[in-house]
Design a protein around this ligand. Structure first.
Ligand SMILES: Cc1ncc(COP(=O)(O)O)c(C=O)c1O
Length: 367
């Protein structure tokens, strides 16, 4: 079994503020007169009402439900995930930080692919962890996290946790479910697998049984930032066994997800057709964008996400294209990691398909 930091294995820490929603559920009745919590409950909010309307303002007075029951119930019903296998927090980024805080102590080693989603390494180092980074597998048409190298590094370095984004950012690569099972098996028993599935909704098999499972020794993360379009509101969820989530709840910032965010997430989750429509539109644009650049001769990386990666012949050329586009007010992503500095990433939004919008990139790949 993966290990927890020593200081979390006893009784505490105990959250001093589980919140009113949790208390209401415990005592089985609504609390109609809130005279004990120190929120600004009688703020008139004239300005806010005028700006955003009454419906929004009703959500801003009190702290959000620390257990985010409404969001969890909807995700649970839609994806067939037991309620007790779900924990909601302020986006996948917060969940990465929370997972690290729950599983790792300063001085311990964590492993992730060199050039993958950099927030993981940033948070891990900020927590005093040692970061070990095996390289991607690179071949024509392939840029993929090297699962064997991740497992080997975990053994060699006595790692506490391995991070894998699947589908991966920035490569867009998707490893199969069986490859993930194999990776879990190949890791040391006492090493965690933090599986970041922020782009899971764009998988062609999204909704498969595997995707909803809590796996032993694995903390899976999802977000409503992408397929659900709620990045600015900060909401995502973890899928793991209840004992793991209980540990995470010990160190979670309990009111991190605001009441308005929860209410908005509930509304969006109550309209799955709109989410599906959005996902289908993104996938269609992604394929159109990929076909366009492939036809120009570009090395387009296969993607199971809402973006495509284009590998240019050199980092210098990628930097030049990036600068040219920026000078025109167009921001594409150029990867910061030196190992991937020749990759440009483009999000499959409508603007990317507007004729001439990415002319500098088109010119570079056809040269
Ligand atoms: C792999 C990966 N994980 C996490 C995130 C952050 O998601 P959130 O907005 O839910 O924090 C991103 C955002 O780009 C991402 O690419």
């Amino acid at each position: 079994m993966p290990r927890y930091p020593e200081h979390l294995t006893g009784e505490g820490p105990v959250n001093p503020f589980p919140g009113i929603k949790v208390l209401e559920r415990r005592i089985g009745r609504e609390i109609t007169h809130r005279l004990g919590s120190n929120e600004g409950l009688d703020m008139p909010h004239r300005a806010l009402r005028e700006h955003f309307g009454d419906a929004v303002v009703e959500h801003v007075y009190g702290y959000g439900d620390a257990e985010a029951l409404g969001v969890r119930q909807r995700v649970s019903a839609q994806q067939n995930i037991p309620l007790e296998h779900l924990l909601v927090d302020a986006g996948a980024d917060s969940l990465i930080a929370l997972a690290l805080r729950t599983t790792c102590e300063a001085g311990e080693t964590v492993v992730s692919t060199a050039g993958t989603y950099p927030t993981f390494g940033y948070f891990a180092q900020g927590q005093g962890c040692r970061l070990v980074e095996p390289s991607y597998i690179e071949a024509p048409g392939v840029l993929a996290p090297d699962l064997e190298a991740l497992a080997a590094a975990a053994h060699q370095e006595n790692a506490q946790l391995v991070y894998l984004a699947n589908p991966d950012n920035p490569s867009g690569h998707l490893h199969s479910d069986s490859a993930i099972f194999k990776l879990r098996k190949a890791l040391p028993d006492d090493c965690w697998l933090l599986l970041d599935e922020a782009y899971g909704d764009f998988r062609d098999d999204a909704g498969s049984e595997f995707l909803g499972q809590a796996l032993p020794g694995v903390i899976r993360l999802r977000t409503l930032s992408k397929a659900h379009g709620l990045a600015g509101l900060r909401v995502g969820y973890a899928i793991a066994h209840p004992d793991v989530l209980a540990m995470m709840m010990k160190v979670r910032i309990h009111y991190a997800v605001s009441s308005f965010t929860q209410a908005a997430a509930e509304v969006v989750l109550d309209h799955p057709d709109e989410v599906r429509e959005h996902i289908e539109a993104i996938k269609a644009r992604r394929e159109q964008l990929a076909a366009h650049f492939i036809a120009l001769g570009a090395d387009v990386l296969p993607s199971a996400t809402n973006f495509i990666g284009i590998r240019l012949p050199s980092a210098e050329l990628a930097a030049k294209v990036h600068q040219q586009l920026l000078a025109e007010g167009v921001l594409v992503a150029r990867l910061a990691h030196p190992a991937l500095a020749n990759v440009i990433r483009i999000t499959a939004v409508q603007a990317a398909l507007e004729p001439g919008r990415l002319a500098a990139l088109e010119k570079a790949v056809s040269a």
